[in-house]
Design a protein around this ligand. Structure first.
Ligand code: ADP
Length: 517
């Protein structure tokens, strides 16, 4: 016992008290440290865990006044709890800071202050059970920090993130998700998110999720999710199981990206490949047909010449040559069309404008196609009463007219075709009207697109390019091409061209620029 301690043995047997406290300390949890302070504020007991926590030995402290040893106790008011216990009241504190200036140790603690009475029921000491919370706080703080860092990262991530717990219900959505759906976290939590999934995709997704969830494996699924503006967007969602440090399943974390544009591009590309394949098969067929006729015609003439002895049947030869010539022209037309396409595809269409008369162009075209018109039984009625001058690329405008007239022959075989040229407000208009099969309103816009056709290729040959080429040429002239038709009632294609050679619109220029034109 320390020399400074003087107690009346009949009031307080310090040795006995210490023995009992030592036993009591064993009953405490490992992290609890025990001290006892007498009514005179001197330390009666300084347990070994207290020694470990403070770095101060019992020998140094026992018998010393707590306020003398730790003046900060009074300054910070921490002595009040000791007084409370000494006066018979059990109290506790938490989250206070301890500081042992002698060793420089600091930290956080919680403590209970309990009155200790002797056999007569007189409170002789205050027991202080102190628990060091420093490590617990550090772990909790670092967890909070990790959590905050995760949320910060998640909220700034460009992908949408969600998390679910072990019951499959969603417990987290990042800001990116909430901004996308335009809904609050409360709306989305649990199974609220399902309200935004397209009804046609919902069940499939749920089945997929539940199955993967049961097997605790990664999954991937695509579904439509409604964006804040109401649009359904295709989402690719990848879910990965989460595990705790003890390898316990903790739920899922999922990341989602909007793949709508990607999907659209993919389908555009697929269509382009399909179009190209269709085009190649049509093109080879289209080019082979006239070639075969030419070949046959040549064979016929050669055979006739070889046989030789017989006098040549001149009229038969002429008819054969005519057939060959018609087919050669058709071949040339097809090749020209293909050439136009390659110019346009390479954005090389540069107009060569010069003064021209649309009525004159129409007359020339009628002259060029007269043979074909006769062959297909389509008398042409040209109505071009007045000169219609302008600055146009004559060859290209002829091309437009030839395409329209060829279509009129093809789709209105055996019926008359009327070509009308009129001076218009600021330019001129030419229209080609046939009495053929006509075009359904639903098809009238798309037939001007590349490879678009509204007829079956078994009934009518063609690349599906003529109208597209025509439209591109007309647009380059800042003009307009329109169709008026009803199925079974023929069709009128009308081209309007501005008279002047003013600059084409910016979009057209931009498209042609970059090619060094
Ligand atoms: P192609 O005639 O080689 O198929 P076009 O681009 O010239 O290609 O025409 C596209 C489609 O528009 C045709 O396949 C046809 O369905 C429709 N079409 C064009 N002109 C006419 C017309 N005069 N009458 C009826 N349909 C037409």
């Amino acid at each position: 016992m320390s020399a400074e301690v003087s107690f009346r043995a009949d009031v307080l047997d310090v040795e006995r008290l210490r023995e009992r406290l030592l036993a009591f300390e064993y009953a405490l949890r490992d992290e609890d440290a025990l001290t006892a302070i007498g009514q005179d504020l001197r330390y009666l007991y300084w347990g070994r865990r207290m020694e470990a926590l403070s770095g101060l030995s019992a020998d140094r402290l026992l018998g010393h006044n707590m306020v003398d040893v730790f003046p900060s106790m009074r300054e910070s008011g921490q002595d009040a709890q000791v007084y409370a216990a000494l006066s018979g009241r059990a109290v506790s504190t938490t989250g206070r800071r301890f500081q042992f200036p002698q060793t420089g140790r600091t930290g956080l603690y919680e403590a209970r202050y309990v009155p200790w009475a002797d056999d007569h029921g007189v409170v002789v000491a205050a027991l202080v059970v102190m628990r060091d919370l420093t490590e617990e706080h550090r772990i909790r703080f670092s967890l909070q920090e990790t959590e905050a860092r995760f949320r910060n990262m998640a909220d700034h991530s460009p992908v949408m993130l969600w998390m679910s717990g072990t019951d499959g219900l969603c417990t987290f959505f990042n800001q990116t998700w909430l901004a996308f759906t335009g809904r609050s976290l409360e709306d989305e939590l649990g199974v609220g998110w399902a309200e935004g999934v397209h009804p046609e995709d919902f069940q499939r997704c749920m089945d997929h999720y539940i199955e993967a969830f049961g097997e605790r494996r990664m999954f991937e699924m695509e579904y439509r999710l409604q964006r804040a503006d109401g649009e359904w967007r295709w989402i690719l969602d990848r879910g990965t199981p989460r595990w705790t440090g003890d390898s316990e399943f903790a739920g899922y974390i999922g990341s989602c990206v909007d793949i709508t544009d990607h999907k659209r591009l993919e389908s555009d590309l697929r269509k382009a490949v399909r179009d190209r394949d269709d085009f190649l098969s049509i093109a080879s067929h289209e080019l082979r047909t006239p070639l075969t006729t030419v070949q046959l015609a040549v064979d016929t003439v050669v055979r006739a010449l070889r046989v030789g002895q017989e006098p040549l049947d001149a009229s038969r030869m002429v008819a054969t040559a005519m057939r060959a010539s018609t087919q050669a022209k058709r071949l040339a037309l097809l090749v020209e069309e293909l050439l136009d396409v390659s110019w346009l595809a390479a954005k090389h269409l540069v107009l060569e404008r010069a003064p021209a008369d649309l009525a004159g162009i129409a007359r020339d075209v009628v002259g060029r196609v007269s043979e074909e018109a006769a062959a297909v039984g389509c008398p042409i009625d040209l109505h071009a009463p007045e000169p219609t001058p302008g600055r146009w690329d004559r060859v290209r405008i002829e091309r437009v007219l030839v395409n329209l007239v060829s279509n009129a022959f093809k789709y209105g075989r055996g019926r008359p075709v009327r070509i009308e040229v009129r001076a218009a407000d600021q330019g001129a208009t030419v229209s080609v009207t046939d009495q053929g099969i006509g075009i359904a309103p639903a098809d009238q816009a798309r037939i001007f697109e590349r490879f678009e056709r509204a007829v079956s290729s078994t009934h009518y040959g063609g690349f599906g390019l003529g109208l597209w080429i025509a439209r591109e040429i007309v647009r380059a002239h800042r003009g307009e091409i329109r169709v008026f038709s009803q199925p079974g009632e023929g069709a009128t294609f009308e081209v309007t061209l501005p008279r002047t050679g003013s600059e084409p619109p910016a979009a057209f220029l931009a498209r042609n620029r970059g090619e060094g034109n």
